[in-house]
Design a protein. Structure first.
Length: 247
């Protein structure tokens, strides 16, 4: 199933990174951004996932995030998420770097998770910075307003044109540069600067492996491309690891 090169690299790896995108959560029923059922299909990113769009039309942007928050109440982590949580127990150093805002890695039990694009379960007031969980947000019929200063409340996610959270970004770059193996899983690798991480890892000496149901713009720079669903391939990798670790 897997090349002897990959299995031997896995056996001797000390530091491993899993960099994930929307494809990681596709098997949980969360629509991806650019696939045929992709959510960007119905909307244009700049129309919804940008601060300008939010200020111009907070009700429409909240409509979209309300829909996605609602959806996430009914989805579960899939075997791919659980396999990554397993890997954290197997490798001396294991880091998840995700572009996803669905919180599914943490719900599957992963401990070290850097969320480069924020988390849809968190919100904050653009006026005074007051934080709100989804449950604490005042009624969602229109764009919710802050109880403290009546400023607009927004989802704590990174929109286009916005900077990524500095600590998470710096920690992710450091993890990519010290990785022995770097997995790029379920991402079309078109959104920057996140998409630069697999190449940075490769230049720093990591063995880079792509897991995707189809080739991407990154594929030609990868050491290996495993074509298949992350929910299938990741648990199989964990099986190989467990058997190879048995003395
Ligand atoms: C910034 C949060 C700068 C919101 C998101 C440099 C070069 C080019 C462009 C730029 C650049 N620097 C900045 C830009 C602009 C922009 C950008 O990259 N645009 C792109 C579109 C060209 N970047 C930014 O604006 C970033 N900010 O750089 O600020 C700056 C500098 C100075 C001062 C101020 C600012 C911020 C980007 C963050 C945007 N926020 N999300 C929300 O989600 O609501 S992006 C959004 O796209 C999600 O986070 C998503 O994760 C991400 C990437 O998409 P993918 O995860 O890859 O998902 P996609 O659907 O595309 O692909 C799914 C893949 O899975 C497919 O390949 C599919 O085949 C595969 N798949 C499907 N099923 C499975 C599977 N694989 C395995 N198994 C399966 N079952
Ligand atoms: Zn406020």
């Amino acid at each position: 199933m897997f090349s002897s090169r990959l299995t031997s690299k896995l056996k001797e790896a000390a530091s491993v990174v899993a960099f994930t995108g929307a494809g990681m959560s596709a098997e949980s029923g969360v629509p991806t951004f650019r696939g045929e059922d992709g959510i960007w299909k119905k909307f244009k990113p700049e129309e919804l996932a940008s601060f300008d769009a939010f200020i111009r039309n907070p009700e429409v942007v909240w409509e979209w995030y309300k829909y996605r928050k609602q959806l996430l109440l009914s989805v579960q982590p899939n075997p791919g998420h659980f396999a990554l949580a397993e890997m954290e127990k197997i490798f001396p150093q294991f880091t998840v770097i995700t572009q996803n805002i669905d919180n599914l890695h943490r719900r599957a039990g992963s401990g070290t998770v850097y969320e480069l694009h924020g988390n849809i379960e968190r919100n904050y007031c653009i006026g005074c910075g007051m934080k709100y969980s989804n449950e604490e947000i005042p009624s969602l019929d229109r764009a919710p307003r802050c109880a403290q200063c009546s400023g607009l409340i927004r989802p704590d996610v990174v929109w286009f044109g916005e900077l990524l959270p500095v600590e998470e970004w710096n920690a992710s770059v450091a993890a990519a540069e010290r990785a022995d193996i770097f997995f790029s899983i379920g991402t079309s690798a078109v959104v920057y600067p996140a998409a630069s991480l697999p190449v940075s890892a490769k230049h720093a000496g990591a063995y880079v492996v792509e897991i995707n149901i189809e080739p991407t713009e990154l594929s030609h720079q990868m050491d290996e491309v495993l074509l298949g669903k992350s929910g299938d391939l990741l648990p199989r990798l964990v099986d190989v690891l467990k058997h190879s670790l048995v003395r």
